[in-house]
Design a protein around this ligand. Structure first.
Ligand code: ATP
Ligand code: MG
Length: 452
């Protein structure tokens, strides 16, 4: 544990200005927690006994953003840096389980720390007072335990989002959820129906990216199944197939743990979600999942829309399209042959990054299957990778746009404007990919002439 918190110059200056004006002020929340854990905080949130009006008068010579004023937050611009300063507050009743009905400002630091969700997030620090930690958050950090501030059942009932936030912290920090907090999480999961979809999705996406995501998703299956009901069928679903040593859910989690970035993680989380509804058992008792990539693609398309995934940090609508495409092709057979690789590239609209991602996805998938075929599969992926790099050296023709002729050339040849133009271009592209003809204008025009 790191006992020496070093606040960077700019937030330190803001704290000093508040202290010099006779108020109490210090850092709190994620930054104090991360600093104590020896990590570099991504921002430094300041809390203070000064009211929002008093904060504004202390920083009257600075630019300020007052959008969060209702919740007591003033953003002060110091040396081009945004510093968030929030007045100590007590949250009023949570009659809807979503947001406090009222927010009351207070001069009491302890009252402010009591309204915070987990003990690790309720630690205050400034240089003169040192660490103020009334709920023993430091000990919990040391023991790697996640514990609610106060009575977990009451705290999670007030704001059910805290359940998913808790899972996110357990995943990100590798903490174990303390027993009574865990029981309260399960008991109150239905209250998540009152929480806005955007807030849940933001936390869920952070959860997926944590180092401990696999264990958290497994331990808290019922909660995950509550926020994404389509996952329920995967849990415990046996595959009855010699290629597989895990049920669909365990396979998904192991695959997820072998991914490097968010796009791949989201792909792996959803890639087999269609499996249970595609299951058939043949006469020999072997299970099959024909067409499951397409069904997974369809289910995930609906989930992305319903869960408003574009609101999550680090995801835009293009990423979602890429993820859906990867889900659709995750099982598409690729052989270590130039023309097959070009064909797959063509399916991916010539997108090289997507092809590389598809290989990573295939690797993660293989690593979560029965170990006896693993070496063979990994070797094959490696070979594909090598040939892919050779293929792209020559800037291959993989889309209609790369062809040495265009639709206008075909029209000039006398082919009537209409559907046929596209069909001919597609057929030519296939011939070029299969190396039956080379991508040269004269040759392609001659080939096209055959369609006249
Ligand atoms: P991160 O490092 O991801 O930003 P964080 O702990 O700073 O994590 P934030 O969402 O930025 O999380 O919230 C800042 C602080 O506000 C938290 O540490 C916690 O003290 C408090 N907080 C945020 N959301 C809630 C909530 N729903 N209920 C109670 N306290 C909360
Ligand atoms: Mg934060």
């Amino acid at each position: 544990m790191n006992f020496n918190i070093e606040i960077p110059k700019i937030p330190e200056l803001a704290i000093k200005m508040l202290l010099d004006s006779g108020f109490e002020a210090g850092v709190v929340g994620g930054c104090t927690r991360d600093a104590l854990m020896g990590k570099v905080p991504h921002d430094w949130d300041i809390c203070t006994s000064a009211t929002p009006q008093e904060i504004q008068s202390v920083f009257k010579n600075f630019k300020m953003i007052l959008m969060g004023l209702k919740h007591g937050t003033v953003v002060v611009l110091i040396d081009k840096e945004n510093i968030e300063i929030t007045t100590y507050r007590i949250d009023g009743d949570y009659s809807d389980g979503r947001r406090p009905d009222t927010v009351c400002f207070t001069r009491s630091l302890i009252e402010d720390l009591s309204r915070r969700d987990y003990t690790q997030n309720a630690i205050f620090y400034n240089e003169t007072q040192g660490i103020i930690d009334p709920f023993n958050g430091r000990a919990d950090i040391e023991d790697k335990v996640l514990k609610c501030v106060g009575n977990p059942d009451i705290r999670l009932k007030e704001d059910a989002l805290r359940i998913i936030r808790g899972l996110r912290f357990a995943s990100k920090l590798g903490f174990e959820v303390e027993k009574s907090t865990k029981i309260a999480m399960f008991n109150n999961k239905e209250l998540l129906s009152k929480v806005s979809q955007e807030r849940i999705t933001v936390e869920f996406v952070k959860l997926l990216q944590g180092q401990n995501a696999m264990n958290v998703l497994d331990e808290f299956q019922e909660i995950i199944a509550y926020i994404i009901p389509e996952t329920k069928a995967m849990m415990g679903f046996q595959q009855h197939n010699p290629y597989h040593c895990y049920d669909v859910w365990q396979h998904t989690l192991v695959a997820l743990s072998n991914c490097n970035n968010l796009i791949e993680k989201l792909t792996m989380f959803f890639h087999d979600i269609g499996k249970p509804s595609c299951f058939t058992l043949d006469a020999r008792g072997v299970g099959h999942f024909y067409k499951h990539p397409q069904v997974s693609f369809e289910i995930t398309t609906k989930i992305f829309k319903r869960m408003k995934f574009t609101t999550a940090e680090g995801i835009n609508s293009n990423d979602l399209k890429d993820i859906l495409e990867l889900i659709k092709y995750h099982d598409y057979p690729i052989e270590p042959k130039k023309n097959i690789i070009k064909k797959v590239l063509s399916k991916l609209n010539g997108n090289l990054v997507q092809f590389e991602r598809l290989l990573s996805v295939k690797k993660a998938d293989a690593l979560a299957q029965a170990p006896d075929k693993l070496n063979h599969r990994l070797k094959e992926i490696q070979e594909i990778e090598l040939i892919f790099h050779e293929v792209i050296k020559d800037s291959p023709c993989t889309t209609i746009k790369d062809l040495a002729i265009t639709g206008s050339d075909l029209i000039n040849l006398g082919i009537p404007v209409g559907e046929q133009i596209g069909k001919i271009l597609k057929a030519l592209l296939e011939q070029v990919i299969n190396e039956q003809v080379s991508n040269e204008k004269d040759i392609l025009l001659k080939e096209a002439g055959k369609y006249l």
